[in-house]
Design a protein around this ligand. Structure first.
Ligand code: TRP
Length: 394
């Protein structure tokens, strides 16, 4: 199976990246032909105004990948923008992809809404419109297959229309001020490239005829769209592409130090570049069961972030003892954190050392990725020539 995946260069990697995807990548490279790339063009779909840190962020990702065990002998490791065939295929795919496929893409909508803080406005609009929409659907003189689905669609559309009108100043302009979003911000974020994000992603995968795509759950809509684009291309021009599947991990997700999803923007992440002291500070400050105030209060490991770390880093036998003692009120959180710190450091310190070593020769790191990019380019060229022939673009 051909395996392809990518990662946007958002800076140093943390435990969430490892358990979310990289651990899976490392397993897959042992058995399959694997292509892993740094999606620098994708970074520009949202952060196009701040490119000053781009090269630094790319280097951070490169170093972390190698330190974690991605192996250039087994995997083709490269930089997206060095393989221009991705862009050519993206352009061709953009011709055959209906705009509605992209506008309905839940990831696009989520991102747009998050970036522009529109969630609140949208919910408000939807809430106010639901009854009217329901009444409207009742008046439709045709058979409606799925009542709820239609209702959701209409609410989505109406909320979207109202948001556009709001930005045009047609309704309550002070609502925008209240939410602290500007018209300019809206138009400057919602770009052509941002809408086309998943088309580029489809090109990334299909240019290598990828069959398996190891990603996090949040990427499933993008993989689905990739399948649809492949199907449409094959239908129009003949069978060129496989229909790739997402490869999800079975590894449980690691929470951040506050129990929420681990994310740089939540300030709850433990990075591979963190020093031993920083890790200690973060671990000792972790959230535990809020009902366990004193050492002898019984705790609930199943809701405790520290316990999820034990499950990932401490031996099974020790973890069972910890669980028992916590529930029985015989283990205090401070001691429990000390233990988890020890297990965690056993995992982190060799990676940290490797990271430091690799970082010293950044030229060599760059070379590894340049070589990988050349290898990738060779593969990509083959697919592109097939595509050109299929589309009569000779
Ligand atoms: N969108 C992916 C993410 O944010 C990154 C990505 C870009 C990707 N191109 C890809 C992942 C191709 C898999 C395959 O995580």
């Amino acid at each position: 199976m051909r395996v392809v995946s990518g990662m946007r260069p958002t800076g140093k990697l943390h435990l969430g990246h490892y358990f979310g995807v990289i651990k899976n990548w490392i397993e897959l490279q042992k058995k399959h032909q694997t292509f892993f790339f740094i999606a620098d063009w994708h970074a520009l779909t949202t952060a196009y105004k701040k490119t000053a840190d781009l090269q630094k962020n790319i280097e951070d990702v490169m170093v972390d990948w190698l330190a974690l065990g991605l192996d250039p002998q087994r995997s083709c490791l490269f930089i997206q923008s060095k393989v221009k065939e991705h862009a050519e295929l993206h352009l061709l795919f953009s011709m055959i992809t209906p705009k509605s496929w992209l506008e309905w893409n839940p990831t696009y909508k989520d991102m747009k809404y998050n970036l522009l803080k529109l969630q609140e406005i949208s919910l408000q609009f939807r809430g106010g419109l639901r009854d009217a929409v329901r009444e409207f659907i009742n008046m439709i003189p045709y058979k409606v297959e799925d009542f709820e689905k239609l209702e959701e669609r209409m609410l989505d559309d109406l909320a979207e229309t109202l948001i556009a009108a709001l930005f045009e100043g047609e309704i309550e302009p002070d609502l925008l001020k209240k939410l602290n979003v500007s018209k300019r911000e809206f138009y400057e974020t919602d770009t052509y490239g941002f809408l086309g994000y998943p088309v580029l992603q489809a090109a990334d995968i299909l240019i290598y005829k990828g069959e398996g795509v190891p990603v996090g759950e949040d990427q499933l809509p993008h993989i689905e769209l990739t399948r649809e684009i492949a199907r449409r291309f094959n239908y129009l021009y003949g069978e060129v592409f496989p229909e790739p599947s997402a490869l999800l991990t079975e590894t449980p997700r690691i929470p951040g130090t506050d129990g929420r999803k681990m994310s740089k923007s939540y300030n709850n992440a433990i990075f591979f570049a963190d020093s031993c002291e920083e890790v200690e500070r973060k671990v000792m400050g972790m959230f535990t069961d809020p009902q366990k105030l004193r050492k002898n209060d019984p705790g609930r490991p199943n809701i405790c972030a520290v316990f999820s770390y034990h499950k990932l880093f401490t031996t099974k036998e020790q973890t069972e003892v910890i669980e028992k003692n916590c529930i029985a009120g015989k283990l205090g959180c401070v001691e429990c954190k000390r233990k988890v710190l020890e297990s965690l450091e056993e995992f982190l310190s060799p990676i940290r050392d490797k990271r430091e070593k690799i970082k010293k020769d950044i030229k060599k790191v760059r070379e590894i990725f340049s070589e990988g990019s050349l290898r990738a380019e060779k593969e990509a060229r083959e697919t592109i020539s097939e595509v050109r022939i299929a589309m009569n673009l000779r």
